[in-house]
Design a binder for this molecule. Structure first.
Ligand SMILES: [Zn+2]
Length: 443
């Protein structure tokens, strides 16, 4: 028998949701971590036989799962939650234009916003997010996320070179925003890929990818240049498409055909391309979408917040059933918190006629998100070689109990116990309230 090997951390006594290819769940599992990396994950008896460490966390039966991925978060919007009323993208409501607000953000603002967002994400078990090329000062975001210890991938802000369709979304365009990040091809071609230096640090938690703003703001030339670069550098090309239904129609007018037919024709679809929103998918687009193996990032809060379901039922659950990789994103946490997407997606899928189960949502938030972020070699599952982005989710937290609905199982017993519990607290405080909890007293 060989002696156990040393590692830096062991998490034992956890229920492992591995998200490996078999989606194995190990009821009494353990994970061995060496440096930043998972050295082994498996049944506890095997791990404790093969590995030893001075640092052992007893998960006490908690669920241990790979950290969630928020595959689309405009992190600098964190500080304007609740400020913009109505649909900020249409600029219909009173108050400042959202684009003007964005254009005033300083490095300090973005650093603070990323810090706040990071704390909120960690609270929900999100350990990675994709900033889709909208932070003006990527260094400020990188500094905040490093300080907090949350993984992210960044891109250059606002790579766009045509604004022909932007009158449809006046809240997302303004003179001041165009002055700060001019929609000019030369600027974009110069900046394209300049966040990729972050990938050189193989142990780093801040990565870089290629992003275009999208939604009809990129010429074919810019799209093709971005896709070529993403292919060469082994990263994703990330962009918005289909947030606004009117904008989708405007793009079809400019391109003279459904958008994914055009994008397939110019050769910019592939397994390393990630399209965000996809609120409109036409019948003739289904085949190029499936064939290309692209990733979809679904942002359910953004989809619902503008009444889009009333105009266009989502087809994303259907796409997932047909084998398309789907991730979940917050978009911007202006009217929600980062972490609300999963539950809403579950509700919406049923309404769209393609019911999902929790396992589908879990898949989208882990392996699906990892692939959409272009980080599938690093995160998304608890497997040897992946980074130790691990969440230990206590099953003793109040919000996780009970896992069944005991109120309808054994009503009298539950009420009696609850009353007894209150009664104990009251006695501990030295109070006496006779007659208030007759059933508990009788028990
Ligand atoms: Zn977005």
């Amino acid at each position: 028998m060989t002696a156990p090997r040393n590692c830096d951390l062991i998490i034992k006594n956890g229920c492992l949701l591995t998200m490996d290819e078999r989606r194995a769940i190990i009821a009494r599992g353990a994970v061995a971590v060496a440096g930043h990396t998972i050295a082994a994950a498996g049944p506890e008896k095997d791990i404790l036989r093969d590995w030893q460490s001075k640092n052992v966390i007893d998960a006490k039966g908690a669920i241990v799962h790979p950290g969630y991925v928020d595959a689309h978060l405009h992190v600098n919007a964190q500080t304007c939650r609740g400020f913009f009323r109505g649909d900020a993208s249409k600029a219909g409501a009173a108050g400042p234009n959202y684009a003007d607000w964005k254009a005033t953000l300083t490095a300090e603002d973005e650093n603070a916003a990323a810090g706040l967002a990071g704390v909120e994400m960690l609270r929900h078990g999100i350990t990675t997010f994709v900033e889709p090329g909208s932070a003006f000062e990527p260094d400020a975001v990188a500094a905040a996320t490093q300080a907090i210890g949350i993984r992210c991938t960044l891109a250059e802000p606002y790579l766009w070179d045509t604004t022909d369709t932007m009158d449809v979304i006046p809240g997302l365009a303004s003179k001041s925003l165009f002055a700060r990040v001019p929609p000019e091809r030369d600027r974009c071609l110069k900046l394209l890929g300049s966040q990729l230096f972050r990938n050189r640090d193989k142990d780093g938690i801040v990565h870089g990818h290629v992003a275009l703003y999208g939604e009809g703001t990129a010429s074919d030339e810019l799209y093709v240049a971005a896709k070529k670069l993403a292919d060469r550098e082994g990263v994703i090309l990330n962009n918005h498409v289909g947030f606004d239904l009117d904008l989708a129609a405007a793009m079809e007018r400019v391109w003279g055909k459904p958008r994914f037919i055009h994008l397939a024709e110019i050769g910019v679809l592939g397994p390393n391309t990630t399209f965000v929103h996809m609120n409109l998918i036409r019948d003739e687009e289904v085949e190029p979408i499936i064939k290309s193996q692209l990733s979809i990032v679904w942002c359910p809060v953004a989809y619902v917040s503008r009444g889009t379901p009333l105009r266009q039922p989502t087809r994303i659950p259907e796409m997932k059933k047909r084998g398309v990789n789907v991730a979940l994103g917050t978009d911007s946490a202006r009217q929600s918190s980062a972490g609300d997407a999963g539950f809403l997606a579950l509700q919406l899928a049923g309404g769209a006629g393609h019911a999902m189960v929790s396992e589908d949502i879990f898949e989208m938030m882990t392996v699906g998100g990892a692939r959409a972020a272009g980080l599938q070699h690093l995160i998304g599952s608890l497997e040897p070689g992946k980074r130790a982005d691990i969440v230990i989710r206590s099953t003793h937290a109040a919000e996780l109990m009970p896992s069944i609905d005991p109120v309808h199982q054994d009503e009298a017993d539950v009420f009696a116990k609850a009353q007894a519990s209150v009664h104990r607290i009251i006695s501990r405080l030295g109070l006496s309230l006779p007659g208030l909890w007759p059933r508990a007293q009788a028990a």
